[in-house]
Design a protein around this ligand. Sequence first.
Ligand SMILES: NC(=O)c1ccc[n+]([C@@H]2O[C@H](COP(=O)([O-])OP(=O)(O)OC[C@H]3O[C@@H](n4cnc5c(N)ncnc54)[C@H](O)[C@@H]3O)[C@@H](O)[C@H]2O)c1
Length: 254
Amino acid sequence: MEFTDTVVIVTGAGSGIGATTARMFGERGATVVAVDRDEGAAEATAGLITRQGGTATALRADLTREGDVREVVSSTLSRHGRVDVLHNNAGVFPAAEGRLHEVDARSWDLTLRVNLQASVLMSQAVLPSMIAAGGGSIVNTSSAQARVGDVAWTSYGVAKAALESLTRYTAAQYGRDGIRCNCIAPGLVATPGALARLPAAQQTTYEAATLLGRLGRPEEIAEVVLFLASGRSSFLTGQVLCVDGGLLSHMPVV
Ligand SMILES: NC(=O)c1ccc[n+]([C@@H]2O[C@H](COP(=O)([O-])OP(=O)(O)OC[C@H]3O[C@@H](n4cnc5c(N)ncnc54)[C@H](O)[C@@H]3O)[C@@H](O)[C@H]2O)c1
């Protein structure tokens, strides 16, 4: 199978895109480390993979904490010897935060710490072992929100835009070590996290503005993550792929 003998860490693996990506890595032979701050959710994902005949472990971690990040990577290395793929997927959608002058400092801080800083910490923690192993692939998770302005969600858009920049810096600094770093920027995808924050009327608006006329499915995002993680994208690094059904590919008036 495509990911046999491949050790993959997926963050935020307890729900939505991360849970689906972890499951699909498992189905294709990877040894999956499913990380989430929600222990039961991480265990559910790992349990599903093992019941399907795959190999997975669950780790509880709050990735805004450096100690938790170090523990995730050191326990993966001591158990499996290396990390071939890191999918930085964990994220939070901010509560209604209003316009910029209304944004609560604590909400701003949390959004930046989960959506940006956690990926920085995780990448810093795995890179030395990837260098020692002679290669690896990191896939970050941005959003369509990174590429446009919006009437709210400033902290989220800013964090994701910085993550796209981090992707290019990582690719620039580690290409000679055989390490690739790419990023996905999903449009609106039907996951528990996204749907919980989105009123039904706004879903309809998103569907109307998406060229394919519907929300994305987690499997459609996971498929691109697996492509970026695999040797099939061996000459691709420093790129952001918008997986958005055409949400940002047209004039808003069309
Ligand atoms: N669903 C969408 O429409 C959409 C669109 C664009 C980008 N994204 C991005 O995709 C990623 C996954 O989104 P989703 O919709 O599947 O979300 P989700 O809320 O369904 O799942 C996110 C998971 O991350 C975990 N998590 C949150 N904070 C964490 C922390 N500090 N430490 C460890 N785990 C933590 C949560 O427990 C949850 O299991 C996020 O980065 C999100 O910003 C989603």
